[in-house]
Design a protein around this ligand. Structure first.
Ligand SMILES: NC(=O)c1ccc[n+]([C@@H]2O[C@H](COP(=O)([O-])OP(=O)(O)OC[C@H]3O[C@@H](n4cnc5c(N)ncnc54)[C@H](O)[C@@H]3O)[C@@H](O)[C@H]2O)c1
Ligand SMILES: [Mg+2]
Length: 344
């Protein structure tokens, strides 16, 4: 039986060579999740992202730009030995994905090791992920987020919620099992709706007291059990600002690593321009305000470099956040309708 499965698998791999690069990469990752031997081989030739207490390791390039540091496994083994850790610790890494060239990528938490010794050996620094989003190139952000989210999920799912017994990871880290109850746990994301509400000429943004000073974002909220996206959107807007929305339009989705991995579902919506009076739920929000097109374009065109040092009066989330995408789309739509209006 095992033999025939192996045969099928080999046939699949041969077939996959004729697939597009994308399909081949996905099939390769699928295999690494399930085949421990293939995983160990891949780890030998792959690259590992390091996290110290969930902060990713960044390196400054010669051009002064910060990037995620990904270390060759062989280099990492040497570094581990230099800071007094067994090189086999690298086998604790989790599979993240692979590059366009098919190079496998992994993440490893090194929070038990000396931070400054590691930073010196790796020629980099561990940076809080929220801050790192302002420093690294946009395309690297999803990988940095996924690496942190996966590590956090494993750290917080070490025990079975039915038996209290320890759970055991599979080699790639794609799930954990409790051998006592037989329950398999897979990494989870909590669905969250996020909506940019417009009254036709202005958009509604809000801030929570915990946001950095001056930052306003689109309204958001966790979906309740049993709710559809539409129901969650209507409820969240009603709860947080006391408005009834209509014309929901899906925009996109995003994995967001905070607080414990959210799956953001982003939409646009409108309100009747005669019913725009907000009634803020002060337990949830510190403020909610209507912003004009001019205020929004100013905020989009001048994002703060380091908002924690010099917070501007009003700014919007960084380009990686899906809230920024919604705000950008709204501004583009406004610009277009203003042009059309002038042509009339
Ligand atoms: N990527 C983005 O652009 C973006 C923008 C805005 C918000 N977000 C994320 O969306 C998430 C939710 O937004 P919100 O804070 O407005 O939600 P919310 O309005 O539902 O309020 C949060 C409260 O909901 C409760 N809650 C219910 N289910 C929860 C769950 N599964 N996990 C945690 N708390 C739960 C808690 O009491 C919590 O304090 C935030 O964690 C935030 O990081 C992302
Ligand atoms: Mg909310």
């Amino acid at each position: 039986m095992l033999q025939s499965f192996k045969h099928l698998f080999t046939c699949n791999l041969v077939l996959s060579r004729s697939f597009s690069g994308y399909v081949s990469r996905m099939r390769y990752l699928m295999r690494l999740k399930e085949d421990d031997e293939a995983y160990r081989e891949a780890l030998k030739s792959g690259k590992v992202l390091l996290y110290h207490k969930l902060s990713p390791l960044l390196r400054k390039t010669s051009s002064g730009v910060y990037k995620l540091a990904s270390l060759k496994t062989s280099d990492l083994e040497q570094i581990l030995e230099k800071v007094g850790k067994d090189k086999h610790f690298v086998n604790e890494s989790f599979l993240l994905g692979c590059t366009d060239k098919g190079e496998p990528q992994f993440s490893l938490e090194v929070g038990d090791l000396d931070r400054s010794a590691l930073e010196k050996e790796c020629r980099g620094m561990f940076v809080d992920l929220r801050k790192a989003f302002f420093m690294i190139p946009g395309p690297e952000s999803p990988l940095a987020a996924k690496g942190q989210a996966l590590l956090r999920w494993h750290q917080t799912n070490c025990f079975c919620s039915a038996t209290g017994q320890p759970t055991v990871r599979n080699q790639s880290g794609s799930f954990r099992v409790c051998h006592s109850s037989g329950i398999t746990y897979y990494p989870k994301m909590a669905p969250v709706v996020i909506v940019l509400v417009s009254d036709g000429s202005r958009c509604l943004l809000a801030r929570q007291a915990m946001f950095p000073a001056g930052m306003y974002s689109a309204l958001s909220g966790f979906c309740d059990m049993g709710e559809s996206v539409e129901e969650a959107l209507h409820r969240e807007v009603a709860e947080e600002v006391g408005l009834e929305v209509e014309n929901l339009q899906y925009s996109g989705s995003q994995h967001w690593p905070f607080p414990q991995s959210s799956f953001m579902l982003a939409c646009h919506a409108t309100v009747n321009p005669d019913k725009t009076q907000v009634n803020i739920d002060k337990a949830e929000l510190e403020d909610a305000r209507w912003f004009t097109y001019e205020e929004i374009t100013e905020a989009l065109q001048n994002p703060p470099r380091d908002p924690r040092r010099e917070p501007p009066v009003f700014w919007v989330p960084p380009s990686y956040a899906i809230a920024n995408q919604l705000i950008q789309e709204w501004a583009n739509q406004q610009q277009l309708s203003r042009k059309l209006h002038r042509l009339k």
